[in-house]
Design a protein around this ligand. Structure first.
Ligand code: AMP
Ligand code: MG
Length: 364
């Protein structure tokens, strides 16, 4: 790609050796438009009128832009005067300059971006063999939750996690079904999860994954399938769990929206890529100076703060969303990414370097 040498501009094509010899003055012998290659080569000693994307005729190696040329009549023929200084090969695209014959442009596991699709199409591939979309079911749990749009009473909160998780998962090329909100009741959770495990590749719940008497996700997971992990040394997100129910992978996220968000990005997202057969890259951490203090951080726990890009002494720096609390969706909305504080760190002072993960690393 491209298949042949072709003109990069509208203008005149000629042999550079002639251009030097003839002081840039040519009779124009042929006209070559895109899609209409010349059957014969360029008439020796002549120039051809040529248009962008038209095949370079045999014998021509250089093109002058029409804006730079002067055209004069000479009897019935046109004479073109090309200014000096053009290098051999100017304004010519070479065959294979985009992609060489035999070059591999897409490897298995690639998540197709618009530019990859363009590249495949440019090489004549109208169909690509792709993995089947992963089928993911999303549930909320909690007696206090109500559907956005419905009336709300004291003691209730609108369910924001389901809409958020669906919006996080769908751009990964996944088919996501919203299976509603489950009451805090063992038989309800059990029936819903065991049914869904037959129809879906992955189940994701939020809420009900802690140790409280009203939390049933952990017990149901243990009874129906297998729990592989529960409780991570992170903040927010400690109640996170994962395992398997039948053939379905299971992720139990915390109910607090910020925790559910962080756990999805850091742990569920890579798993969804992997389960789809897609390649996955660890999100890049950018070292930036902090503009805040954390006088006393708990040891043996990794913390993720909502980070906002700012400036310190004229250079990029990161500040944290002022309020802690894993229910504050405002912090997610105002943040540019996450600040990661490692397990062994006990205190942070303004000016210390911290790891910043921009949301763009998660494609959001
Ligand atoms: P849980 O993990 O069930 O103990 O819930 C922790 C907190 O998150 C509680 O304040 C819940 O009301 C809240 N929460 C749980 N699920 C959701 C949800 N889907 N949308 C908004 N808030 C939720
Ligand atoms: Mg709950």
């Amino acid at each position: 790609m491209p298949l042949t040498d072709n003109a990069a501009v509208d203008g005149y094509a000629f042999a550079h050796a002639d251009y030097v010899e003839r002081d840039g003055r040519f009779e124009v012998s042929d006209r070559i438009a895109a899609g209409h290659p010349l059957a014969t080569g360029l008439t020796p000693g002549r120039a051809a009128r040529i248009f962008t994307g038209a095949v370079m005729p045999a014998g021509a190696d250089t093109v002058a832009m029409q804006e730079d040329c002067e055209v004069r009549e000479k009897g019935t023929a046109a004479l073109v005067v090309i200014p000096p200084g053009l290098k051999s090969g100017a304004n010519r695209r070479r065959a294979g300059e985009d992609v060489r014959a035999g070059e591999v442009i897409l490897h298995p596991g690639r998540v197709l971006r618009p530019q990859d699709i363009a590249a495949a199409a440019s090489l004549g591939r109208g169909d690509l063999l792709c993995k089947v979309r992963l089928r993911v079911a999303v549930f909320s749990t909690g007696d206090e939750l109500v559907e956005p749009g419905a009336a709300i009473r004291e003691g209730q909160v609108y369910d924001s996690n389901r809409a958020m998780l669906k919006a996080l998962a769908e751009p990964l090329g996944i088919s996501v079904d919203d299976l509603g909100c489950l009451a805090d009741d063992y038989p309800t959770v059990e029936a819903a999860l065991s049914n869904a495990a037959r129809d879906y590749d992955v189940l994701i719940t939020s809420g009900g994954a802690s140790r409280g008497e009203e939390d049933h996700v952990i017990d149901v997971l243990g009874a129906l399938g297998e729990r592989h992990m529960w409780q991570l040394a992170i903040k927010p997100g400690r109640p996170m769990t994962f395992g398997r129910i039948g053939d379905a992978a299971f992720f139990g996220l915390p109910g607090n929206p910020v925790a559910a968000f962080v756990c999805f990005l850091l742990y569920v997202r890579p798993a969804l890529f992997q389960l789809q057969g897609a390649n996955w890259q660890e999100p890049a951490r950018f070292p930036l100076p902090a503009t805040f203090d954390i006088p006393k951080k708990k040891a043996n726990r990794r913390e993720f703060l909502r980070g906002i890009l700012t400036e310190r002494d004229g250079t990029p720096a990161v500040t944290k969303f002022a309020r802690d609390g894993s229910g504050l969706i405002t912090g997610l909305r105002e943040a540019d990414g996450l600040i990661e504080i490692a397990e062994d760190v006990r205190e942070v002072h303004a000016g210390d370097t911290v790891a910043f993960i921009p949301f763009s690393e998660f494609g959001i």
